[in-house]
Design a protein around this ligand. Sequence first.
Ligand code: AMP
Ligand code: MG
Length: 514
Amino acid sequence: MALQRLLVSRIVHNQAMHSSQTLEFTLDWQHPYGALGTAFYTRVQPTPLSHVHWVARNNALAEELGWPVHLWESETLLAALSGNAVLPGSQPVASVYSGHQFGVWAGQLGDGRAMSLGLLDTALGPQEFQLKGAGKTPYSRMGDGRAVLRSSIREFLCSEAMHGLGIPTTRALCLTGSPDRVLREETETAAVVTRVAPSFLRFGHLQHFAAHGDTPPLQQLVDHCIAKHFPDLLSVTTGPQRYTALLARITRLTAELLAKWQSVGFCHGVMNTDNMSLLGLTIDYGPFQFLDGFDPAHICNHSDHQGRYAFARQPQVAYWNLFCLGQALLPLIEDQDMAVAALETFKADYPMLADQAFAAKLGLEGTQPGDHGLIDALLKLLAVEKTDFPIFWRRLSHATGMLAAQAPAQAFDKVRDLFMQHQAWDNWLPSYVLRLQGQDLISTGLRMLQINPKYVLRNHLGEQAIQQAKIGDFSGVADLLKVLQSPFDEHPAFEQFAGFPPDWASSISISCSS
Ligand code: AMP
Ligand code: MG
């Protein structure tokens, strides 16, 4: 595609005069599916919204992409990222995928309200830009192609919160809003999130072609995915071995992702196979929740009546989803035993990675045979009283650092206060203190403070920002964005975001409706 220029009119303010300057910024859009044909997507046009305005802009991501800050001043950009204009050179497309929803084959789904504007070369490498909520596509089925402000704020903030925590995720560049009405359980207003990722390919993309028994396009798409996202696998010689290596790689990335989710108390809420990224990214933020009190049985999605996606079940569900992916790749792998062997690695990798993640949260150096038991006993202890998960780990980090100068009884008193039944904590603590013997406790404590966040996007924090935004005050979104982008830092001005959840937090009901 030809190089296109985005002209940005900018009002320059200085002491004596106002002048207008036009700045140029080049966007060279490429097609996300390259030379692949139209079996994979349909060209679409966004549907405009009225009176669009910015709700939130992510300067940190713009900077990471290498975009100049003045770009936000462009009316053209506001229009383009609200779906009211198409930038020169961009050819929006919606892609087709299928998937299992709640364990049942749902057939064709596809980008019902997401559309890809194209790929851009950025300082982060090639990135695909997607609008979510910019209108109907051929895959909208019964839906309106829209996203509401409430759920868009949640997706915008959580994408960046996850990134701040060091968890692989699709990113969110900005959020625009409109007074146009969108009907959900009640009437809400429309919003559009601009999402950014190297690729939005899902397990469901491959399942789609496998389900139709359509091996040539399946192979084309898988080859495209390998060439663009796993080029090191090109050195694996034969086709079936290469596809097996791909399955093993995605299995590993998914195990790594799940270990990270579990260790930070993140509940995704809708782990359908169409919401699983081929790159091991967290994707499609809907009814997600960061645990307040630690409850392994917690179900964050009020539409999940069976608790299929309860917090503690997530690793098992990921494994189930990977099996669906393995089945989709079978026509290319050709040998069922090879596919199963690749998938089986999850069974050893996930527990190992989860133990490593929790050992790091405890500040443990090296590995010792008793570590798993120590972690397991602690998680059981937290589950009994549903102890506040983020606050427990943060207080533990401070306490461990203080152990350098204080006896355990003093150092850990604020952690002990979190338990109603002190005995269970008093029984566990000595084995932890013993395990820390020989470590430099000051540096251990400091390291733990960089692993156990002070700030997570608890439901009630998102909810407060949403209520403010609904009456036109977007400062809560901006404040949360700032804090969640560096969640291990202290941010003294935002101490209120680090406290216990209020009583009303437990009555927040988050369903699939978005
Ligand atoms: P989700 O549960 O958000 O992962 O969505 C599942 C499927 O429904 C995907 O194909 C979405 O594109 C589609 N979908 C969800 N909400 C809407 C909507 N409001 N309009 C059109 N399609 C939608
Ligand atoms: Mg989805």
